[in-house]
Design a protein around this ligand. Structure first.
Ligand SMILES: Cc1cc2nc3c(=O)[nH]c(=O)nc-3n(C[C@H](O)[C@H](O)[C@H](O)COP(=O)(O)OP(=O)(O)OC[C@H]3O[C@@H](n4cnc5c(N)ncnc54)[C@H](O)[C@@H]3O)c2cc1C
Length: 348
């Protein structure tokens, strides 16, 4: 089939990569907007800790986490490039009064899912050995199955592999009148608001603070899911990020704000001594959402398919979603029940 993909973030690149491997003729257009979510992302792959109860979302992200190791191993072999993927484990902090309950809640998710790995409470000494500079009084547990990936490196590897497999990648804006005879797949992220069809896409502005942690160059620390929405991710060498803010907005302005800087610096100093860290830069990404906070994956007309609204777990979900979409479009059996993700609000 001739297929045109509009949007080369992780959702588009993954669909394109899997589609060319199934023998389709694919062109991706990407205009690399400032605020691309994939570029800004933190990279945590650990869907079992969330308290979100939506079963459709949970089925999607756990199947996606399951697909990651196989997907990365093939991609890294094909390209010789590193994606920064690691099964680093995830340290989770909780308030004392809910710690045992949270431990049970997460352990129970592992009963029928070996991907979760061991879930165990850490002593203070064990926590310090894993993350020597962290200072917290909160009790911690580790989820051994947790992992991380570097969004921008993964995207670079996918782009390379896509081209190696015969795909055509155009660093330009898509012109609506081109490629009239091909199926179009829109993976335009936050910029989905520019398209005329449903589902409606909204976005949140998410800011993330990059910092260096002194004297911790040689240790790979697990990701830390701290209190509330805060997380800390070790990127490489002494580079870390702490995130994130979530601000609903219509704006596409990606300049960092003083308010977010102050908020994240305050969060940073809750977990590290100011003299141990050096703040280096702020990153800003625009996370695409649908109205029900589930990704939309489906046809909007005979010739147009949409994958959007990947939200806060799009790095986790995009490789698997791309694989499943490629199978569906190529007429092969897919595991994913697409009816769970293609609901469009009726017009009033
Ligand atoms: C700060 C931050 C932290 C995050 N952390 C995590 C995490 O820890 N774990 C996790 O699983 N997920 C995380 N996410 C979420 C994840 O990054 C996103 O859900 C995912 O990257 C969305 O991918 P996408 O391809 O849909 O959108 P994007 O990556 O935004 O890509 C959309 C692309 O489409 C292009 N485009 C739009 N319109 C056009 C057009 N007309 N022509 C050509 N190109 C066009 C844009 O330029 C852009 O490059 C995070 C996101 C942010 C912002």
């Amino acid at each position: 089939m001739n297929i045109t993909i509009i949007g080369g973030g992780l959702a588009g690149a993954s669909a394109g990569y899997h589609l060319v491997k199934l023998g389709n003729n694919v062109t991706i257009y990407d205009r690399a907007d400032k605020g691309q979510a994939t570029f800004a992302s933190a990279g945590i792959i650990c869907p079992w800790v969330s308290q979100r109860r939506n079963k459709k979302w949970y089925r999607l992200v756990t199947a996606s986490a399951h697909y990651y190791p196989e997907f990365i191993s093939i991609l890294e072999q094909e390209t010789g490039m590193s994606t920064g993927y690691k099964n680093s484990g995830a340290i989770c902090l909780f308030k004392e009064n809910i710690f045992d309950k949270a431990t049970k809640r997460i352990s129970d998710k592992g009963i029928d899912n070996p991907d979760v790995g061991e879930v165990r409470q850490l002593t203070k000494d064990e926590l310090s050995a894993m993350h020597p500079s962290i200072t917290t009084e909160y009790p911690a547990l580790i989820v051994e199955g947790g992992g991380q990936v570097r969004g921008r490196k993964l995207l670079a590897a996918l782009k390379e592999a896509f081209i190696q497999h015969g795909g055509s990648w155009k660093n330009e804006s898509y012109n609506e009148n081109s490629d009239v005879n091909s199926l179009k797949i829109y993976t335009t992220g936050a910029w989905g608001t520019e398209q005329k069809y449903k589902p409606e896409i909204a976005h949140q502005r998410a800011e993330i603070m990059h910092f260096r942690l002194k004297n911790q160059e040689n240790l790979q620390s697990p990701v830390v899911m701290a209190l509330g929405p805060t997380y800390i991710v070790h990127l490489e060498k002494d580079e870390y990020v702490i995130g994130t803010t979530h601000i609903d907005t219509d704006s596409f302005d990606t300049s960092p704000t003083e308010e977010s800087y102050n908020y994240l610096r305050e969060e940073l100093y809750k977990y590290f001594q100011p003299e141990d860290v050096e703040i280096t830069e702020m990153g800003v990404g625009l996370k695409p959402y649908t109205r029900d906070f589930l990704p939309f994956i489906g046809y909007v007309d005979d010739n147009t398919f949409v994958v959007n609204g990947m939200g806060s777990t799009g790095l986790t979900a995009s490789p698997y979603v791309g694989q499943q979409v490629a199978r569906l479009i190529s007429g092969l059996p897919a595991e994913l029940d697409f009816d769970d993700y293609n609901y469009i609000e009726p017009q009033n």
